[in-house]
Design a protein around this ligand. Structure first.
Ligand code: SF4
Length: 449
């Protein structure tokens, strides 16, 4: 995703104004993105819109006229990091002298609204998620006469891109702030999604990763309902040379139809990411989620039967309010039995405004961290062993780039971006899919022979 922003940045650097606007001095914009891939997509969209209005990128915030910090506020730790980033920007000489203006966008203004105006007076304006589409209007108001429509060339894309298929969430899990920050669930239309995918493919993307807060619900909210399996098969047919991967499918979204589509199309990677969060039925009910460890194990059996060899990822929470030692052990046993390929483990975070935050039975901070570490160790030992089983296997790898030390790397079908490790390679061109044999592994990473 950083590469996508760089691609946009390169375009922004070289963009020229045309027609009557030729005398405008292009506005230099620097974007800082905090948080997850969904935020990266939003930043790339904002950058793209500003590019259409003649802005140019400033690599460094010190060189910018406008600094946009796209914040994350999903949990307290993320909010603190975002505030730190805003303070850093506000402390720059060009901002203190009034030559540059700071805009704070994304989840933090959505979550905290007007309170931020009081606590962050140095910030010129706040743009909640729901207003990001109008970033051009916001920036134009701050810099009158500096933005005008601009013509630009097609943009070079990175080899792997994220495409958002919906926004918001209706599930209201008791621990989660997202429905309050991002609003109710709304699927993007097939036309919108296909346009994003087509643009990325035309400019060089070889993998499209579909993301949302709840991808499995896609299409349910249309007057003529549709489904993720339909969306995925339609995209796979239209773009037969592109890998498709879907992240964040809630357990209810794992339908037989979806699994059959994953199994049927060679260009849909055999990979599924299902956030289970816990295994205790009592705690899942308290989280406002359905299911139990036993049901989830049955679900996994169905997944592995219908798509042999599929890679499974999940995320889990340790230390949810009221989690007893027995319930925590139940979660550990579930992880051992489920044999996930990859697991994200998070200590429960008490978030203001959520139902779980008001429960009396909050667990001591150290205990939460200790449980998360124990769970992490169990999950890691299983994951490392499963990764090591790949030694000697022939796999396809999408070549992505070079590390700072020059080492070439890519990702195999079983590895999602940013979370599952990479494959180190000895040769290949960025954007190519190469066949390699896995020679060695180190924790999550693999090395070609
Ligand atoms: S499904 Fe995910 S985004 Fe939606 S409320 Fe639950 S944890 Fe939050």
């Amino acid at each position: 995703m950083e590469d996508r922003l760089s691609a946009i940045a390169n375009q922004m650097r070289s963009s020229t104004l045309f027609g009557g606007a030729a005398s405008i001095i292009p506005l230099r914009v620097h974007l800082v993105t905090m948080g997850c891939a969904k935020n990266e997509v939003d930043s790339a969209d904002m950058a793209s819109k500003l590019l259409d209005y003649g802005c140019v990128v400033a690599d460094e915030p010190d060189d910018a006229d406008c600094i946009i910090v796209n914040t994350c506020s999903f949990i307290q730790a993320a909010t603190e990091e975002s505030i730190e980033a805003v303070f850093d920007m506000c402390g720059l000489d060009n901002v203190r002298s009034g030559d540059a203006k700071v805009v704070v966008a994304g989840c933090m203004p959505s979550r905290y609204g007007n309170d931020l105006r009081v606590s962050l007076p140095e910030v010129r304006t706040f743009v909640p998620c729901s207003k990001e589409d109008n970033i051009v209007g916001v920036v134009a108001e701050l810099f009158p006469g500096r933005l005008a429509p601009s013509k630009r060339e097609g943009m070079a894309s990175e080899a792997s891109v994220y495409v958002k298929i919906s926004d918001g969430c209706d599930r209201f899990c008791s621990f989660c702030t997202i429905p309050f920050i991002r609003g109710r669930y709304r699927s993007f239309t097939f036309g919108q999604i296909n346009a994003d995918v087509s643009r990325a493919v035309a400019s060089g993307a070889r993998e499209v990763v579909l993301i949302a807060q709840d991808t499995g619900r896609w299409g349910n909210d249309f007057s003529d309902p549709s489904s993720l399996s339909w969306l995925l098969s339609s995209l796979a047919r239209k773009h037969p040379h592109t890998w498709f991967r879907v992240m964040y499918i809630q357990p209810e979204g794992v339908t037989d139809d979806l699994l059959d589509v994953i199994a049927r199309y060679d260009n849909i990677v055999n990979y599924i990411d299902v956030p289970f969060q816990h295994a205790s039925q009592r705690l899942l009910a308290s989280m406002n989620r359905t299911g139990s460890g036993r049901e989830y194990l049955a679900l996994l059996e169905r997944v592995r039967e219908r798509v042999p060899g599929i890679t499974v990822r999940t995320t889990l929470i340790a230390g949810y309010p009221g989690e007893t030692e027995e319930e925590f052990n139940e979660l550990c046993e579930f992880v051992e039995e489920a044999e996930f390929d990859y697991v994200g483990v998070f200590p429960y975070s008490q978030e203001e405004g959520t139902r779980a935050a008001r429960l009396d039975s909050q667990i001591d901070e150290d205990e939460k961290l200790e449980r998360a570490a124990r769970l992490r160790d169990i999950a890691d030992s299983i994951s490392y062993a499963r990764v090591a089983q790949r030694i000697g296997e022939r796999v396809e790898v999408l070549v992505l780039g070079r590390e700072e030390d020059g080492q070439l790397y890519g990702r195999a079908r079983m590895q999602a971006p940013d979370v599952d490790g990479v494959v180190y390679l000895s040769e290949g061109d960025v954007g190519d899919v190469v066949d390699v044999v896995i020679g060695d592994t180190l924790m999550y990473d693999m090395e070609s022979e």
